[in-house]
Design a protein around this ligand. Sequence first.
Ligand code: FAD
Length: 460
Amino acid sequence: MPDPLASLRTLLGPRLLEEAAVLEENASDFGRLHRMRPLAVARPADTAEVAAVVKWARGAKVPLVTRGKAHSQSGLSLLAGAVVLDLSGMAAVGAPDAAGLRMEVGGGAAWRDVVAAALRAGLVPPVLTNNLGVSVGGTLSVAGLGIASFREGCQGDNVLEMEVVTGAGEVVTCSPDRERELFDAVRSGLGLCGVITRATIRLVPAKPMVRTFYLLYDDLSSLMKDSQRLMTEERFGYLESWCVPCPQGFRKVAGVPTPFAQWFYPLHASLEFDPASPPDDRALTAGLSHYRSVHVEDRTMAEFALRLEPLFELWKRGGYWAAAHPWMEVVMPWESTASYITAILANLPPHLLGGGHILLWPSKGSTSKVPLFMKPKSEFVMGFGILPGLPPQAMAVAGPMLAKASDLAMKMGGKRYPSGWLEFDEARWRAQFGEMWEPLRAAKARFDPDGVLHPGLVPL
Ligand SMILES: Cc1cc2nc3c(=O)[nH]c(=O)nc-3n(C[C@H](O)[C@H](O)[C@H](O)COP(=O)(O)OP(=O)(O)OC[C@H]3O[C@@H](n4cnc5c(N)ncnc54)[C@H](O)[C@@H]3O)c2cc1C
């Protein structure tokens, strides 16, 4: 039997990795819920090599899966028997163009490096994810949500141009005005139609400092009322929130002692400022109905962008980082947010989080215009993410609970954020993409005619 990898070895030389340890590393992701061992890992040095690998895959009939930093959790960047296209060799970060408010970066660049380069020029990308260790191509392929998303949409709304290698092996430059169909198929397209090899990112001027107000709410409706008001008035540039349990012991549910909690809702509202004209704290928080103002913190913009790094360090030291992460994230219509969250929290044993947390992300429904970033059509929306870190054996209990929470969210008009833990059959994928199902099928057929890019991920 001829070895399908022989010609790829000639093509890539040392950039084709086949050692057992590398294959093991590439067999899992941050979710740690799947093991899918690839055939080999290709680490192309440039766009021409990506195109050559895609053309080889078409000829050899070997599937490809694109991998950024593998921080998604449900096998989005894994495929057994595939060649992994690892973009880590394409991580160049260009010099920011201060006049044009843009910068060019490689598809495999880490956002941490992009932000550091932009801040040196007094600029910053308008939307940053909480974790800057992820790649530009990885977040553009999902959406890239951040605490400025209520104003600026997702990272996919703030990419000005992309160079993409399609599943046909063609190198295409696309933007809102050029090859629009490909531009829209690749943003939030889960790597199904093309490989992002380069992106031009929009930048905005950054002020030197950020002040954060730590407000605590003791009921969800007050938090939602104030969030809606703050989004409308744009008093703050950044809003993030959580559901935090205060465990109350056990109560009987159907005769079984079951742990339960009283829930609280911190809201962190932040704004950039220049030390020469500090913000008016009283005016900023006037009329809000929080239960307590807990703290006010000033940070440099660089510290603010990396504000969750100390948490991630704690997670690494405490074992949470290495645990299984069946993260269940949804975007809910504002109208059903309160009833959904109340129903979920009433039945969520606090210990299920295993040291993780529950995120709340108030946003507006129409800020993002990325067609494949699926969200409810309501004026306001709420991101809600249960982010547990568990020993794998806990999945027997947690899995069905989280799957039920996912189904209930979709029944109540929500959409899943697909980088998390998905156990989707065809009906659920169709429900997720809704009216975008047929356009996505058409784009897949056009840009990846032989279906070499992650076949089977979405049953298109
Ligand atoms: C601690 C933590 C915090 C997070 N916080 C946020 C947050 O605040 N906001 C948010 O939106 N997400 C967040 N995420 C989720 C994370 O941003 C997404 O999972 C993102 O997709 C991960 O990027 P990655 O480089 O690891 O991509 P991967 O996991 O490697 O890939 C994700 C998908 O993108 C595809 N892909 C990757 N690179 C390319 C490319 N160059 N071209 C085409 N397709 C490609 C892959 O095939 C796959 O389908 C967080 C994750 C973690 C672990």
